[in-house]
Design a protein around this ligand. Structure first.
Ligand code: ATP
Ligand code: MG
Length: 172
């Protein structure tokens, strides 16, 4: 696998595939935001018959919601403290979007993976799980931004060209 990219050139000011849309669900900024968001995404994937994407999608949404919670908490009390969540099935794949009213995301330089620093790994995980298909852009008409990640759908299993016949049992 190539090293996942977290570079600014890749991700900043990249509108989500399909363009900007209002979030489907608003979540409170709370301890339970992550589990609630994971549940929402998991139910959508099950509905679409894409349950095998649940582990990766769960990690992605956890990282994005954790970041949104951190950054919305830095705002003053009068600001919009809800986090927006959408999960949409597009021709390009499953798009997860997390909206928050916090300051723009300044994508940091990729951290040194051998560094013992424990923070600064979340977006690297998102980049790795999406093969670099993630981004962030300002929300049109509202303060804050959307951070999105696109998971490719698994290719449908193709039946073997020739039917595999059971091996006859040998008689001795
Ligand atoms: N929603 C956000 N709003 C503003 N800045 C953000 C947001 N998400 C990420 N960032 C910026 O990108 C940096 C890297 O985020 P990343 O999730 O990779 O690491 P982290 O949150 O610092 O640590 P962790 O490894 O626990 O996730 C953050 O430190 C922050 O500066
Ligand atoms: Mg993080």
């Amino acid at each position: 696998m190539n090293a996942p990219s977290t570079s600014a050139a890749n991700a900043v000011d990249a509108a989500p595939p399909g363009g900007y849309a209002s979030p489907q669900r608003l979540l409170r900024v709370a301890e339970q935001s992550g589990p609630i968001a994971r549940g929402e995404v998991g139910r959508a994937l099950r509905r679409w018959g894409l349950a095998e994407l649940i582990p990766d999608a769960g990690m992605i949404v956890s990282e994005l919601v954790a970041n949104a919670v951190t950054h919305v908490r830095t705002l003053g009390p009068v600001r919009d403290r809800r986090i927006g969540l959408s999960v949409r099935r597009l021709p390009e794949g499953v798009l997860i979007e997390v909206h928050d009213a916090g300051s723009p995301l300044v994508v940091p330089e990729p951290p040194d993976l051998w560094d013992l620093e424990e923070n600064g790994r979340g977006l690297l995980i998102v980049a790795a799980l999406t093969d670099g298909a993630w981004g962030t852009s300002p929300r049109p008409g509202a303060p804050g931004k959307v951070v999105w990640a696109l998971l490719k759908e698994p290719a449908p299993a193709t039946p073997p060209a020739h039917p595999v016949l059971p091996t006859p049992m040998s008689r001795t």
